[in-house]
Design a protein around this ligand. Structure first.
Ligand code: SF4
Length: 912
């Protein structure tokens, strides 16, 4: 690097050392992106903090994967050989998804593991649940007590009262295998507040319920919201979008908010939330009218004959007829119509429509959360978006959009137990016939209705009290010991849900646990290994480690070993038929070990055995050393061999399933459902649409409050308000607004910005964390609040104190300069279950006003009786028991995360 004139003089005068000379004398004499693999066992570099002294530090570099979003990018832990601790994390260049790069959340893993307030030992509650008293207990005590409770529940014959509720998943199949071994239909997830709306739309087309866009090779990159690209598959996608754009691709971002990605786009299209299907169908109409559709793909892959026979039985059954009928069907979706629905200029509809129409087979498109999870009928967003891929023949092509399953490795597990013998109606109630995932967001209401209870409820890296809508209803459910017999919070860090647990069990961060990962982050297929890096470091030193908590901080454990041990204690003598699934696959008389389990899986990864052998390694050793393995370079056009796993075996433009399950008006893609936040549903000048479901790229929903680098970047969540709306409401930048939802209200500060569409207000998802005076943890990002249960469902939260610096072993905690921790908005949101997809419709109809005297920043009030009544209203829109063709609870061909035995898919079976 060139030195300045002053630096050169200073160097010559020996005022500062000769940096160039010292660098060349030092151990790392040249700048490189990554140390080569040969150095990973022994890497030496100069200690930057000791400069200008030349102090060498020696490291062992151990690969693992990031746990801070789903995409599981590769990390390389720098284990300091002098201290035996992790010094920092960088990217793993061997990881095919992330290719050595990370977003800010990857390296911030070091903050999480060094969190001075982390939970280091198993804790058991003292006093009433939720009061905040805890005592340290041993893992032995935890295992014996919980095992006894599970055994008691199973011995009643119930198969739905032991539940594992997962927030951040990460492991391909481990816990489902455990639940199957226990025989319970006990898997619950967060997906219905996340991606279930988009999944339903995709599944209706081709069973695969996620898209995998090939951004690198696209001609047009079309993002309906940029959720994944700005915060979720952020790093793997962002780098490929850039590659595509550098090669000439056009980027179109549809989002009422100017996200980071939208700010980089060629076209930012700020549609009114929920109107996106109108836009996509107008573009479909343009493609059809200009005959720009891909005839070969359409004719061979789409179930057009089925459509014509059912809907136009008297017309000739030819492809030409099909195209004529399509042109008629979509003729009224004109650019003018779309412009009016979306509240955007018609010229923009036409200009962007022409770009999409001429993308050929290289249209990479994506929608995740945002519009598809925001709106009543949001599942039509993904359905109509995919229609554009079908019309352009860009499904599964190079530069197009493939089903994610083509790029996802599914491991074969040892000694798989049979499917659970029951159906959990608290997770899949009968009226939500097409719900793509568990109806977890209405769980407290289903319990309140008396539809079921739980004996043992595990929440795993899951914080519904804070992350979900209607958190006070969750608090009410968790405090009710008849509804939830025992609540066990498995979490790497304190959270608002753990405050209401019986046990808080400290689980490992990314570098403290085993998992296997594979995600469709690109057009290839890869598998990666998350491993506890200090355990691997000890192994490299020749030291045996039996349990991972021996090397982790305190007694932080990992789930794999926890579930194994717990299962053995539930069924110590094997009489319940559980123990046998937790014995070694190779030595049946011994307990299954971590090494047994993963070696079994990795032996079955296509191509890995040969590659490992070339390095003289076993498959497990290879993964421990490299951290990841590329199984396929590209996964294009798999349908040519595999077909489409739908009832018709085709791409289902026309869905007989929708007709059978009572929705004939939705047999084909359309825009027939106006969102609950459509302008027609907003009255007066003070009603707005609240957009509460966007991510900040440097935060994790509720696990970054202890990551000091991330918190320093962003720590408040003001209301985004367009200047024209600010004038209308008489509020200025930094002023306060009262935001009233259907069930309560909150007071927030205002950020006046043109980055949001007029009529819409935004509030980010991640901030507004809290703890009460008696609670621990996350002090860098949590307000201290008082919570008042005023009886009859009325709750109030008030900020007692904002963020304050504090003494700890990390001097940085005493340097906090921010005081404002934001406001908890989600807790004031009503649950709004979409009657078809089951997804929570995040967008809220809100009234905005200036706060009254006595109402202060951070105040929150909610009435859970109102939230229950509002839930009942939305629930009544779901189909009743008459709409179960052949007695099917839901379509047999659609996915369920953990599928019970087939007979339980029918409504009149055993547990009815
Ligand atoms: S995108 Fe960021 S948070 Fe997600 S896995 Fe990669 S590095 Fe971690």
């Amino acid at each position: 690097m060139a030195r300045t004139f002053i630096e050169n003089i200073a160097q010559k005068l020996r005022i500062i050392p000769n940096i160039d000379k010292k660098m060349h004398q030092g151990a790392s004499s040249s700048l490189r992106k990554y140390p080569s693999m040969e150095e990973w066992d022994h890497h030496t570099e100069l200690d930057a903090q000791a400069w200008p002294k030349q102090v060498e530090r020696n490291f062992s570099l151990v690969p693992t994967t990031c746990f801070n979003c789903e995409s599981a990018c590769g990390l390389l832990a720098y284990v300091d050989k002098d201290t035996g601790t992790v010094s920092r994390f960088e990217g793993n260049p061997n990881h095919p998804g992330s290719r050595g790069r990370n977003c800010a959340k990857g390296p911030a893993t070091i903050n999480q593991i060094n969190d001075t307030e982390r939970i280091l030992h198993p804790l058991k509650r003292v006093g009433k649940r939720g009061e905040g008293g805890w005592k340290q207990v041993s893992w032995d005590e935890v295992l014996d007590d919980i095992a006894g409770k599970i055994r008691d529940s199973l011995n009643t014959g119930a198969r739905d009262r032991v539940v594992y509720h997962v927030g951040r998943p990460g492991h391909e199949g481990y816990t489902n295998r455990v639940l199957k071994a226990w025989g319970v239909d006990g898997h619950n997830s967060h997906t219905n507040i996340c991606s279930a709306g988009a999944r339903t739309g995709y599944a209706l087309w081709h069973h695969h319920d996620r898209p995998s866009p090939d951004h690198t090779n696209a001609k047009v990159i079309l993002l309906c919201s940029s959720h994944l690209e700005t915060g979720h598959y952020f790093n793997p996608h962002a780098q490929r979008i850039l590659e595509g754009m550098m090669a000439g691709a056009k980027l179109i971002v549809i989002d009422p908010r100017l996200s980071n990605t939208a700010s980089m786009a060629d076209h930012w299209v700020p549609t009114w939330p929920g109107s996106e299907p109108a836009l996509f169908l107008a573009w479909a109409n343009m493609i059809l009218q200009q005959d720009l559709y891909h005839r070969e793909f359409m004719e061979s892959q789409v179930n057009w004959e089925q459509y014509l026979k059912a809907v136009h039985p008297d017309a000739p059954c030819t492809f030409e007829t099909f195209i004529d009928k399509l042109k008629e069907e979509y003729a009224h979706y004109t650019p003018e119509y779309a412009a009016e629905e979306c509240r955007i200029p018609v010229e923009q509809v036409i200009e962007t429509g022409n770009i999409v129409a001429n993308s050929g087979t290289a249209l990479s498109s994506h929608v995740w959360r945002a519009a598809s999870i925001g709106n009543l009928g949001g599942w039509q967003v993904s359905r109509t978006l995919h229609f554009l891929n079908v019309l352009t023949g860009s499904v599964g092509t190079k530069g197009g959009t493939a089903p994610n399953t083509w790029s996802k490795f599914k491991p074969e597990l040892p000694n798989e137990p049979p499917a659970p013998d029951g159906w959990n109606e608290l997770h899949f109630p009968p009226e939500y016939t097409l719900s793509h995932f568990e109806m977890s967001h209405i769980l407290p209401h289903l319990v309140k209705e008396g539809r079921g209870t739980m004996d043992v409820y595990f929440t795993r890296v899951f914080n519904p009290v804070w992350t979900y809508p209607d958190g006070f209803s969750w608090i009410e459910m968790l405090q009710n010991e008849e509804a939830v017999g025992c609540h066990i919070a498995m979490t790497p860090t304190w959270n608002e849900t753990a405050f209401f647990a019986d046990y808080v069990l400290p689980m490992g961060h990314a570098s403290e646990r085993h998992d296997i990962n594979s995600y469709a982050t690109s057009s290839g297929k890869w598998v990666a290994f998350r491993q506890p890096v200090l355990r691997e470091y000890e192994r490299r030193q020749g030291n045996d480690v039996e349990f991972t908590y021996e090397v982790n901080p305190g007694e932080v454990w990992e789930e794999d070993e926890f579930w194994n041990e717990l299962s053995h204690r539930i069924d110590p003598d094997g009489s319940m038929g559980i123990k046998k699934y937790f014995m070694s696959p190779n030595k049946p008389e011994e307990k299954m070990s971590i090494a047994d389990y993963y070696q079994y899986i990795f032996e079955r990864v296509p191509g890995l055995s040969q590659t490992a052998e070339e390095e003289g390694l076993s498959e497990l050793e290879y993964m421990r050393r490299h951290g990841a393995y590329q199984i396929e370079d590209a996964t294009y056009n798999k349908h040519e061999k595999e077909g489409w796993p739908t009832p018709s075996g085709k791409q289902e433009f026309y869905s007989e399933t929708m007709i059978e399950f009572g929705y004939p008006e939705h047999a084909i893609p359309h825009y027939k459902i106006k969102s609950h936040v459509h302008p027609e549903n907003l009255q007066g000048d003070d009603e707005f649409c609240l957009l509460p479901n966007f991510r900040l790229p440097m935060h994790i929903h509720s696990r970054s409050a202890n990551a000091k680098w991330l918190v320093e970047i962003a720590h408040r969540n003001p209301i985004w308000l367009h200047p024209s709306d600010a004038r209308k409401l008489g509020v200025e930048e930094g002023g306060l607004l009262k935001i009233e939802t259907e069930i309560g209200w909150f007071i927030d500060k205002v950020w006046v910005t043109e980055a949001i569409k007029p009529g819409i207000v935004g509030c980010s998802h991640h901030i507004g964390r809290w703890r009460r005076q008696q609670d621990a943890g996350n002090r860098m990002m949590t307000n201290t609040v008082s919570i008042e249960d005023r009886g009859d469902g009325k709750w109030r939260m008030r900020t007692v104190e904002g963020i304050v610096p504090f003494e700890s072993s990390d001097p940085d905690t005493n340097r906090l300069f921010w005081r404002d921790g934001g406001v908890h908005q989600n807790i004031t949101h009503a649950v709004q279950p979409d009657p078809i997809s089951g997804a929570h419709c995040w967008l809220q109809k809100v009234k905005l006003s200036l706060p009254k005297a006595g109402e202060e920043y951070g105040d929150v009030e909610v009435d859970t009786n109102k939230s229950f009544a509002y839930y009942k209203k939305w629930n009544s829109w779901a189909k009743d028991r008459e709409h179960h063709p052949r007695g099917e609870r839901r379509p047999l061909w659609m996915k369920r995360p953990l599928s019970p035995k087939k007979e339980h898919w029918f409504i009149d079976q055993a547990n009815e």
